[in-house]
Design a protein around this ligand. Structure first.
Ligand code: NI
Length: 198
């Protein structure tokens, strides 16, 4: 092979690689080259079978017909969970009679300590219309994953605490994910936002 023909081959190969790269970028930009198994729209949430604070069984079917807010946390949480539940209680109160048509669901990521009785006791500090759910640790782990909620046990000197995602999710009447629900606004604004999904 002459040096000249080797150069031509190299140049052609480079040009071809460039073309392939450009084409891939166009495909990526148009969203066609994403992982084959990944859904095109963000799927958040999913079916479950858990136990509420009164010992009753609750599934995603029981939540259909009303929009709901879901929040994963635990009763031993020092600050974020109680603050969030307090704010959600205020929003329900602000909704007045419409508050009966919205569900607020608190799902524990610490089922080891959060029994139905512990949840019931905890909820007595907040709006009584809230639903608190616990259940099988594996079921909760699967559901947290479906909601893209991260949590992890963090050992302390005597016992432990939980590190966790503190996002409130707004789900519509059909149980489909709408958006994260912001609490960084007035109670009035949050209540007005919720009313749109009734
Ligand atoms: Ni918390």
């Amino acid at each position: 092979m002459t040096i000249r023909s080797a150069r031509i081959i190299l140049a052609s190969a480079a040009a071809l690689a460039g073309l392939v790269l450009c084409f891939s970028l166009v495909l990526l930009a148009s969203g066609r080259l994403s992982a084959p198994s990944a859904p095109q729209t963000a799927a958040i949430g999913g079916p479950f079978r858990l136990t509420d604070q009164n010992g009753g069984t609750v599934t995603e079917q029981n939540l259909k017909g009303a929009p709901f807010l879901v929040f994963f946390g635990f009763t031993h949480c020092p600050e974020v969970c109680p603050t969030t539940l307090f704010e959600l209680s205020e929003i329900l109160r602000k909704l007045g009679p419409d508050g009966k048509r919205v569900r607020v669901v608190f799902i524990t990521i610490d089922p080891e300590r959060d029994t139905p009785a512990a949840l019931k006791d905890y909820l007595s500090s907040f709006d009584p219309r809230m639903l608190a759910l616990t259940g099988d640790p594996a079921e909760i782990a699967a559901l947290a994953k479906a909601y893209r909620v991260y949590y992890k046990k963090v050992p302390l000197e005597q016992d432990y605490t939980m590190d966790h995602t503190a996002i409130v999710y707004l789900m519509d009447k059909e149980g489909r994910f709408v958006s994260p629900f912001s609490l960084k606004r007035t109670t009035e604004a949050a209540a007005a936002d919720l009313r749109r999904y009734l």
